[in-house]
Design a protein around this ligand. Structure first.
Ligand code: SF4
Length: 145
């Protein structure tokens, strides 16, 4: 029986990103040989539209490029994602690096200048408490089959 992988929807080619585009990653798609791939997008689950204004974490809050505090939606999305994970019990979780929701080891610094800093997104932080969470960039270096 195949294992279960909960995956950032944009990595599977679904157009869920803030700009209405996807970020399909062949390394992630190749997991289908061994895993049932379950897509989810915490920002959509948190009630944000697609497309939406880009947002970054600054001082523990999530602020969009218009200066609006959208932290509520990111926390709500993280809570619902944790609830979904509790129901499907994934063997692994693969999340999109650098996102204010999904970033596993790295996020943008809050200045909208493209600068990245060590950190994690809200959903990544929640899911790491109970699950094995990896970014797409780690797939080459880990044994998950
Ligand atoms: S919130 Fe996560 S799944 Fe949704 S578009 Fe951003 S990186 Fe992809």
């Amino acid at each position: 029986m195949k294992k279960i992988a909960l995956i950032s929807a944009c990595l599977l080619g679904l157009p869920t990103r803030y700009d209405g585009l996807a970020k399909a990653d062949q390394r992630v798609l190749d997991l289908k040989e061994h895993y049932v791939l379950v897509p989810f997008c915490p920002e959509q689950l948190g009630g944000l539209s697609t497309p939406r204004k880009p947002a970054e974490i600054r001082d523990e809050k999530v602020i969009n490029i218009a200066g609006e505090d959208v932290t509520f939606h990111f926390i709500r999305g993280a809570e619902i994602s944790l609830d979904i994970a509790g129901k499907i019990k994934p063997d692994i979780v693969i999340l999109k690096e650098n996102s204010p929701s999904c970033g596993v080891h790295s996020i943008y610094d809050g200045s909208f200048s493209g600068k990245k800093i060590p950190g994690e997104g809200y959903t990544a932080k929640f899911l790491k408490q109970n699950y094995q969470v990896f970014s797409e960039d780690e797939l080459a270096n880990i044994k998950i089959f």
